[in-house]
Ligand binder design. Structure first.
Ligand SMILES: [Ca+2]
Ligand SMILES: [Ca+2]
Length: 234
């Protein structure tokens, strides 16, 4: 514990120890029993996030679903499982069925010229399941940046496959909005998002370098302490 605290204290501002800037990036706030359908412009159901989408408002499926990790569905291949990547909840930005342009967004303070690392997990349901036969795809829209597209086409039998996605950008505004917008084929009803994190990524040594520096400093301190505690030889 003491070493961990020291690492944090020494490496303030580096990704390995900086705080996640995203609010409720794990979608755990406000527990749902099995799942919940969220409509566009909802800013209360998922604290920190605003539900977005235009086409999805005209359907009963809503824009984004919150899924408890226990949620399952019967399917032609047997029961399929929508386990979270982290914690007890994830979201599905295809909404109910596939409402084509659902998603969520969050606006947060950023420093112009600073590089940030955005990471998240993208969930794909087994492509062998009926209604889930395509890759899960998301369009990430960040203020001042070109749109980024991420896709996961890996199938785990009857379960979600969660794949880590990363994107580094340099902020161009004091306020940055990050959108996760469904880009999944209408033939597939799941695009999972979980464990969203944003950390400062600029002008810092690699985490491994920080670790070596700290351990080197500790070794030096220990050697000096030992030198002081040893009795003088006659
Ligand atoms: Ca979660
Ligand atoms: Ca799929």
């Amino acid at each position: 514990m003491k070493l961990a605290l020291l690492l944090c204290a020494v490496s303030v501002g580096v990704p390995v120890c900086s705080a996640n800037l995203i609010t409720n990036g794990d979608f755990e706030t406000n527990a749902v029993a099995d799942f919940a359908r969220l409509d566009t412009n909802d800013i209360t159901s998922l604290p920190g996030w605003k539900v977005i989408g235009s086409a999805c408002t005209a359907t009963s499926g809503k824009c984004t679903l919150v899924l408890n990790t226990i949620y399952t569905e019967p399917n032609a291949i047997g029961t399929i499982f929508f386990q979270s990547q982290s914690g007890n909840q994830s979201i599905d930005i295809t909404g109910g069925g596939n409402t084509t342009d659902g998603g969520v967004e969050q606006t947060l303070a950023t420093s112009i010229g600073t590089a940030y690392a955005l990471t998240f997990y993208l969930g794909n349901m087994d492509n062998n399941a009926s209604l889930y036969g395509a890759a899960s795809s998301v369009r990430v829209k960040v203020t001042g940046q070109a749109d980024q597209f991420f896709s996961n086409n890996v199938s785990d039998a009857n379960h979600l496959n969660w794949a880590l996605q990363t994107y580094t950008f340099t902020a161009t505004s004091a306020l940055t909005t990050i959108d996760f917008i469904n880009n999944t084929s209408a033939t597939d009803n799941e695009a999972g998002i979980d464990n969203v994190q944003l950390n400062v990524a600029s002008n810092t040594p690699e985490p491994s370098t920080w670790g070596l520096m700290v351990l080197g400093g500790l070794a030096l301190t220990v050697r000096r302490a030992k030198g002081r505690s040893q009795p003088h030889r006659p």
